[in-house]
Ligand binder design. Structure first.
Ligand code: AMP
Length: 427
């Protein structure tokens, strides 16, 4: 498969894809699209940044445009022909934006519903019925319970970032939503990892699925220049301020483990004259949207975030990810650093590691199957922490290793074709 024409997609879709500048399908697209076009159920193991959104959106739009749907091809009032579930508002918003972009020549109706904003506009958007509904579970259930949305017309059901959905405790909501769907439907699930919980959900939702898997963790992280700086906790703020003064630092995402930590870091930066946005679970949706907008427009160079708040943020041109605290989940490390180095760009991830975090670092290195190079020549580097063996810690829930990278070692530094094309275009 060399380009999209070979994928046999509807002309209006091919036109929109060409306008987006895509000419080669990404590996997940090349693998998943043919099966999804045939109507098969599918389990896709792929991370953000691999082009997974288009992998499910393009065949979905193709099928919606070809099949007339039931009766006259339109969903009745309050109904949807396709449902895409996403764990966070940001991700739902981004999927919706992609659907709009790819379907711009198609005349399909779509809507997005998520919590944290007024429900009114969402009720209106659903009133006439839509072809595609993108939703987060909580708000969707609200709308269903109040009879503003009915799911008995859904032909295609997609769950994106199923692993996060489960991590965030949405399993009961997903079950309730699924129970309202027709049994006869196509279902696809995407997840960055195939943890046991995800496997269980897949078994309960998918019917004789095809599994496709791309971008093992190690290859995703390989394109990012990673470094770890051993530093005592008390010096982390000063180190961050110093790094932000560097010439090469452009747009920076700073991660903390806690909401309180995120606020404290942002306050510290502001005091030092660095404009920084902050997003975490306690911030209102308006605040989050403002912060992300300020960051993506370049008005604020730094955004401080917790893991969950940062899910689904798709801001181009993030030059650096700084792990102010190391995450205690190795998967989160991969998700975090994947915010830089997107669409073929070069990215840098610097992790601050104090003595108590050495066990986290060890788990991360095991998961990504590589050791993170130490930033030894930095003035804040602390050799005492570097040489300390650290404490060991218990594994949390057996998730480590669930997404162990597979094979593919011989292709290490080779950029995939779709990224080479992207880089050429950007130049
Ligand atoms: P995703 O993994 O869906 O978040 O996509 C990551 C990025 O890749 C997005 O910015 C997409 O616009 C971009 N993208 C998706 N498919 C392609 C493609 N075939 N060629 C070039 N860029 C793509």
């Amino acid at each position: 498969m060399t380009n999209f024409t070979g994928l046999d997609l509807a002309q209006p879709l091919l036109r929109a894809i060409a306008e987006e500048g895509y000419d080669t399908p990404t590996p997940i697209q090349a693998q998943a699209i043919p099966y999804l076009l045939e109507g098969q159920d599918l389990m896709g193991i792929a991370q953000t940044g691999t082009g997974k959104t288009a992998a499910f959106a393009l065949p979905l739009l193709h099928r919606l445009s070809k099949s007339g749907g039931r009766e006259d091809g339109r969903a009745p009032k309050r109904a949807a022909r396709a449902l895409i579930l996403a764990p966070t508002r940001e991700l739902a918003g981004q999927i919706y934006a992609c659907i709009k972009t790819y379907s711009r020549h198609m005349g399909l109706r779509s809507a997005v519903v998520y919590g944290g904003v007024s429900i009114r506009g969402q009720i209106t958007a659903m009133a006439r019925g839509v072809d595609i509904l993108v939703a987060t579970p909580g708000r969707l259930l609200d709308l269903m319970n109040q009879n503003f949305v009915r799911l008995d017309w859904v032909e295609t059901y997609i769950l994106d970032e199923a692993d996060r959905m489960l991590d965030m405790g949405f399993a009961p909501d997903v079950r309730r939503i699924t129970a309202a769907l027709p049994k006869q439907r196509q279902t696809a699930m995407f997840s960055a990892t195939m943890a046991n919980t995800v496997r269980g959900l897949a078994e309960s939702l998918l019917n004789d699925p095809i599994t496709v898997e791309v971008a093992p963790v190690a290859t995703t992280v390989e394109r990012i220049d990673q470094r770890v700086l051993f530093v005592p906790k008390a010096k982390k703020r000063a180190l961050l301020a110093e790094l932000l003064n560097g010439d090469d630092i452009g747009r920076v995402l700073v991660f903390t483990r806690t909401k309180h930590g995120a606020d404290a870091v942002a306050r510290h930066l502001e005091r030092g004259g660095v404009q920084a946005g902050v997003i975490h679970g306690n911030k209102s949706q308006n605040h989050r949207e403002r912060a992300i907008k300020g960051f993506s427009s370049g008005r604020m160079r730094v955004l401080v975030a917790t893991d969950i708040a940062a899910r689904g943020i798709d801001v181009d041109g993030v030059t650096h990810v700084i792990n102010f605290d190391l995450p205690n989940e190795p998967d989160s490390y991969v998700h975090r650093i994947g915010r830089t180095g997107r669409a073929g760009a070069v990215g840098t991830a610097i992790s601050f590691c104090d003595i108590e975090e050495k066990a986290y670092l060890r788990d991360i290195e095991k998961t990504i199957r590589q050791s993170v190079p130490v930033f030894e020549d930095h003035s804040f580097h602390c050799p005492v922490i570097a040489s300390d063996p650290g404490t060991t810690r218990k594994k949390q829930d057996g998730r480590n290793g669930a997404n162990s990278p597979r094979k593919g070692g011989n292709n290490r530094n080779r950029k995939p074709q779709w990224k080479r094309n992207n880089a050429r275009k950007a130049a």
